[in-house]
Design a protein around this ligand. Structure first.
Ligand code: LAN
Length: 732
């Protein structure tokens, strides 16, 4: 089934190259796609020894010479688009840095170390760049955060310290004693979160008794809700949560452990302020440093883990355990096969690989994992990192198309649009995952769009919807300019999928319908992530699905009209219900209230609600205007996400927040009552544009699970282009 020559559309891998010509390409890409505020980083090596990794699908277009003169609105949009289209890849997608979290690369390095594949996977150049990345992101106090902008945590510090040691840094090298001091002052590495403890335990740097039970038998529970316990079956968890706990429970169930090496013995001394042998591990199960604590265990959990840890004496080595482990590996292999060994995300990618190796180090499955590690790596000016996904290809491309469509300059960028159109056409999921879907807890995906590539293939409600909106925009622009449209049959299929995702509350969640109650959050043991146990509906997914259905209806008023009308009606009720009393919406996947409010306003606007007549839209506008800054822009700090209170960024207005706020205001028709705030905002975006047509990379703009931030490096181009384009057509 998988032996297809699919060309791996959208695949991004980096290779070392010594050729001067390709160096230039890479340099340009690095500058263009930098995801950081430059001031924070040094390139810690000279030009000669500079690592050159070439993107296999390298950037072909050349960039225009910069101009210094201030631009008119049209010039700004045009040069923004010219710059951005020059970065488009030959297969039509936009590549970019999708780093940010600091707990991902350690998993890759540790897995490579345990399985003896460090050298096979990572050249010395890769390793050197990874070291540079880790050095660049060490905080001044000696530790590492959960993400690149966050304060130090034990989770980040213990794992990144171990990673550097595995990559060959001496315990006495610069920065290392400071990192140890940071950990020792807070009790030692065993004060890490539960996920950190799992990594330390497989490495043999902790005993498994110090890890709360990850009982694999949970997979043998009855799934049916009628059984009473079925509502807590892991098949009902949010897919990311169940896919991480699946291999973790296998590794726990077999008490997987790395062979002891001299490095491991050294690390056992380095990570703790007391002798390793003196630690009473069982007492550490619920300990977690205060720096790491975002979601403390409810008391019920600690009782549950105590009971389960007692049950281990019966389960370990039993027939039941064997059956549970067999079930886990069956599900792991299914996930690996159906994603062509990419897996749903960076955490289960490496955990599955490790589980396959422990099952059989000689297995074909393990071998097939190796080349797909490269899909997760990205090189930027701060070094090489593991990304939060195998890229954000489809997502960025779908937004870029919508931004270009709003610019009124589609004709001029026809070849870019045609190329993007090809990527969108070829990325819609055509082949269902292997049957029976229910057996593997999968929702149908045929007709959906994924977040990244067809190889990855997991469908997502809002990626499907943004994909559909982009396809419809291109259909509207017409084949002369935009190329061959997606066939009506495939658009219909897509609508089916979107409708199938809606929850009875009217809202849409991410990859699946919500399958259980929010009470399950009581057993979220991760300490550092909030709201991970079930797939919750959110305003972004709901709005994306609603506006996609609305747009579809404009093109195909006959098709599924009644079902769409019903879905929109229920969606609207959900959106109104989750609007906060201050008029805002909380954004779950972007920073933060400006993002959520943009989606809220778009959803209501599709239902014909405008500020002139709708109280909800008026309140949303009022909220946004209240937070507009002196310079006309908006700037929100990532702290908004974790604290759930609007927090002004210390670094001033941010182009991305400004663009989201403008798009929200225009969706609500604010400009019809008073366009002045929009004029001021547009000025702010024009002033921030760089001579090249790019916009500066500012603070981090993405988030997941309330507490961890993630980089979207293409947002700084897409959203200013989109907001200014729409502004030009509505307000001037
Ligand atoms: C993503 C990336 C895409 C994102 C959007 C489509 C933007 C959003 O609208 C819905 C949620 C989704 C699909 C999403 C969910 C959480 C992800 C998968 C991520 C932020 C990328 C990385 C993150 C994943 C959970 C990281 C691994 C960490 C764990 C806690 C498992």
């Amino acid at each position: 089934l998988l032996h297809t020559l699919n060309g791996h559309q959208g695949r991004q891998t980096w290779e070392y190259s010594t050729q001067e010509s390709s160096n230039k390409i890479v340099e340009r890409q690095e500058q263009a796609r930098s995801a950081f505020r430059q001031a924070r980083f040094e390139q810690k090596h000279s030009k000669d020894e500079l690592l050159r990794l070439q993107m296999l699908q390298s950037c072909s277009a050349s960039l225009k010479a910069p101009t210094e003169t201030p631009r008119s609105l049209s010039d700004a949009i045009q040069s923004g688009m010219a710059y951005f289209s020059a970065l488009q890849q030959p297969d039509g997608h936009w590549a970019g840095d999708y780093g940010g979290p600091m707990f991902l690369m350690p998993g890759l390095i540790i897995t490579c170390y345990i399985t003896g594949s460090l050298k096979a996977v990572l050249t010395s150049h890769h390793q050197q760049e990874m070291i540079r990345y880790l050095e660049n992101h060490q905080n001044k106090d000696g530790g590492w955060g959960l993400h690149i902008e966050g304060p130090s945590t034990m989770f980040g510090t213990a794992l990144n310290y171990v990673s550097l040691r595995i990559l060959g840094r001496a315990a006495s090298a610069a920065g290392m004693p400071e990192a140890r001091a940071w950990m020792h002052a807070r009790g030692g590495a065993h004060w890490s979160t539960s996920w950190g403890k799992v990594w330390l335990a497989v490495l043999g740097l902790m005993e498994w008794e110090g890890v709360n039970p990850l009982t694999p038998e949970m997979w043998l529970l009855p799934f049916s809700k009628w059984s009473g316990i079925g509502w807590a079956h892991p098949g009902r968890f949010w897919c990311h949560c169940r896919m991480v706990y699946l291999p973790m429970s296998y590794l726990y169930g077999i008490r997987a452990r790395c062979q002891e090496t001299p490095l491991i013995s050294d690390l056992r001394q380095e990570l703790y302020p007391m002798p390793y042998e003196s630690i009473s591990w069982n007492a550490m199960r619920n300990c977690c440093a205060k720096e790491d604590m975002y979601y403390p265990h409810p008391a019920l959990q600690n009782v549950l883990w105590w009971v389960m840890s007692k049950a281990e004496t019966l389960l370990l080595g039993s027939g039941l355990r064997q059956a549970a482990l067999k079930e886990c590996m069956k599900l792991i292999h299914y996930e690996d096969e159906s994603t062509r060994y990419l897996d749903i995300g960076p955490v289960n990618k490496v955990l599955n690989m490790l589980a396959c190796w422990f099952e059989d180090p000689q297995s074909e499955q393990f071998a097939r994992h190796l080349p797909r590690l490269h899909d997760y790596l990205w090189l930027a000016e701060d070094g090489m990192k593991m990304q939060g996904y195998n890229g954000s290809q489809l997502w960025d491309t779908a937004f870029a198309v919508q931004a270009f469509a709003a610019s009124g300059m589609a004709k001029q960028f026809s070849s870019s649009l045609q190329s993007a159109h090809r990527y969108i056409r070829s990325t819609q999921v055509q082949v269902e995952a292997a049957a029976p879907l229910d057996r593997f807890y999968r929702h149908p995906s045929k007709g959906a769009w994924p977040f990244s590539t067809q190889d990855h293939g997991w469908p997502i409600s809002d990626c499907t919807s943004e994909g559909l909106k982009a396809a419809l925009d291109l259909l509207k622009i017409g084949p002369d300019i935009a190329g061959q449209p997606v066939s009506p049959a495939k658009l219909h299929q897509c609508v089916e999928v979107i409708l199938s995702y809606q929850n009875s509350c009217g809202g849409w969640a991410t990859y699946e319908k919500s399958r259980s109650t929010a009470l399950l959050e009581l057993i979220n043991p991760s300490e550092t992530f909030g709201d991970i146990v079930i797939d919750y509906p959110c305003v972004e997914c709901t709005s994306a699905c609603m506006t996609a259905l609305w747009s579809f209806q404009q093109h195909f008023p006959e098709h599924a009209a009644a079902a769409i009308a019903k879905a929109l009606h229920a969606g609207r009720a959900y959106v109104e219900r989750v609007q906060r009393s201050d008029g805002s919406w909380y954004g779950s996947w972007g920073v933060c209230f400006t993002y959520g409010t943009w989606f809220g306003c778009e959803a209501l606007s599709a239902m014909g609600q405008k500020a002139q007549t709708s109280m909800a839209q008026q309140r949303a506008c009022k909220f946004l205007l209240l937070h507009q800054r002196e310079d006309g822009g908006w700037g929100e700090s990532y702290l908004s996400c974790q604290d759930k209170i609007y927090t002004q960024a210390e670094t001033g207005s941010q182009v991305i927040n400004t663009a989201w706020a403008m798009l929200a205001l225009m969706a609500a028709d604010q400009h019809r009552s008073d366009a002045k705030p929009l004029h001021r905002a547009a000025k702010c975006l024009l002033a921030a544009q760089l001579p090249s047509g790019d916009w500066p990379q500012q603070a981090i703009s993405g988030v997941f699970n309330r507490n961890c931030m993630i980089t979207y490096s293409n947002y700084r181009n897409i959203f200013p282009i989109w907001a200014l384009g729409k502004y030009r057509s509505l307000c001037t």
